[in-house]
Write a protein that binds this ligand. Structure first.
Ligand SMILES: *Cc1c(COP(=O)(O)O)cnc(C)c1O
Length: 394
């Protein structure tokens, strides 16, 4: 039987032609196409600055550095995310803590954030310098409420929008940074659009943009005023900070730029498929994803929950195996980050974030990607229905 993955890229002849065109051109990296890709995504998001990098992980790392996150700082994020959302703070030597999720959207909960901030401030415990919110499954967090708290308690905000390019919040594109300091996208092939590997940081701050550009490329600038030897030659460059090589190649940028043409079409296809799951899985006892009124999702993931019962974890695992035996590549998003061995070694324990943990024990991500055809989606739906019949018969 044909294998149905949970997510995959959709490439066109135009995408291939765009990549070949770069391969046959003068610059396969550090050329005009990566700049064009940056401008095109910035235009799409209606934001002044964008920095293309080789992954969302790199994007998160240099966004933290540009905000001066370092040893002694505290960074809070969601436990229901990929490990990169927390690791970026650790790269900078900062401490990480988590804020439990909302039981409806599975996003970092603004009320839980408020309570945690209030408690920390009353007891004189350290407050976060930065909160990294994650737009889980493609749906924006409650940014207005989180932004209000940032003004009250004085922290910066990064949106990890790896799932959410093409989505919107209060009618504005995710990435516009109205309620954040920076917003990060991923172009890994399972995400909404792809460049193979790749990421981009959006920001409305020229200062942050400048710093991130430096960190992307070794901390090097070409500005004679930094040159203590007084060298004014064309070939001179000055390394003014400790940066990295996090550049995106023009080969990758060409693919990303070409894919961007179909971003709205991809999101629309995902929306229609998600609506079909909503309709056809109704009434089977699974909890289906809920949409907030403030956000329009990019529909990166379609997570369902098995019914809430004492053995739910076993049921979820059985359902996972049942679907895999039918060649359906369901997945689990996410194992709570704080429960990973690395984070346990830093002192976190199972039980620390009960909402994220209870969600994890019941969740399963169904296949959802723009090129998923109806017949394949029907196979997924029938397998989910068949599982319940098998359980009833047992
Ligand atoms: C995919 C993902 C990342 C990492 O993206 P890369 O481009 O693979 O580095 C970070 N955060 C979240 C929420 C993701 O889903």
């Amino acid at each position: 039987m044909k294998w149905i993955p949970y997510g995959r890229q959709e490439l066109s002849d135009a995408d291939v032609a765009a990549v070949v065109q770069v391969l046959e051109s003068e610059f396969i990296t550090q050329g005009p196409v990566s700049v064009a890709f940056e401008s095109a995504v910035a235009d799409y998001c209606n934001v002044p600055f964008s920095i293309a990098v080789n992954s969302a992980t790199s994007a998160l790392h240099i966004a933290c550095l540009a905000m001066n996150i370092g040893p002694g700082d505290l960074v809070w994020t969601s436990p229901n995310t990929f490990v990169a959302s927390a690791n970026c703070a650790r790269y900078c030597g900062a401490e990480v803590d988590f804020v439990d999720i909302d039981s409806q959207t599975y996003n970092l909960c603004a009320q839980a954030l408020e309570q945690k901030l209030h408690k920390a401030s009353r007891s004189g415990a350290p407050l976060p310098a930065l909160v990294i919110v994650v737009h889980f499954a493609g749906q924006s967090c409650d940014m207005k409420a989180i932004h209000r708290l940032s003004q009250l308690y004085g922290f910066k905000i990064i949106e990890d929008a790896s799932h959410a390019i093409g989505g919107s919040y209060l009618g504005k594109p995710v990435g516009q940074c109205e309620f954040s300091d920076a917003c990060v996208f991923s172009f890994h092939p399972v995400k909404i659009i792809t460049s193979g590997e790749g990421g981009m940081i959006m920001t409305a701050s020229s200062e942050l943009a400048e710093r991130m550009r430096q960190y992307r490329s070794h901390g090097i600038v070409r500005e004679p005023e930094y040159d203590q030897t007084g060298c004014l030659e064309q070939w001179a460059y000055q390394q003014i900070s400790l940066g990295f090589n996090y550049r995106l190649t023009d080969i990758q940028a060409a693919l990303g730029l070409s894919q961007l043409n179909r971003l709205n079409e991809f999101v629309e296809k995902r929306r229609v498929l998600a609506a079909r799951y909503d309709q056809l899985l109704q009434g089977y006892g699974y909890v289906l994803p809920s949409q907030s009124n403030a956000a329009r999702s990019a529909h990166h993931l379609y997570p369902i929950l098995v019914p809430d019962e004492p053995q739910c974890r076993t049921v979820r695992n059985k359902l996972y195996r049942h679907l895999h035996e039918a060649s359906i590549g369901v997945n689990v998003h996410y194992i709570p980050v704080h429960s990973q061995p690395y984070y346990r070694s830093l002192g976190f324990r199972w039980g620390d974030y009960p909402v994220a943990e209870a969600y994890y024990e019941r969740t399963l991500t169904l296949p959802l990607f723009s090129s998923l055809c109806r017949e394949d989606q029907d196979r997924v739906i029938e397998s989910l229905q068949g599982f319940l019949h098998q359980r009833l018969a047992a």
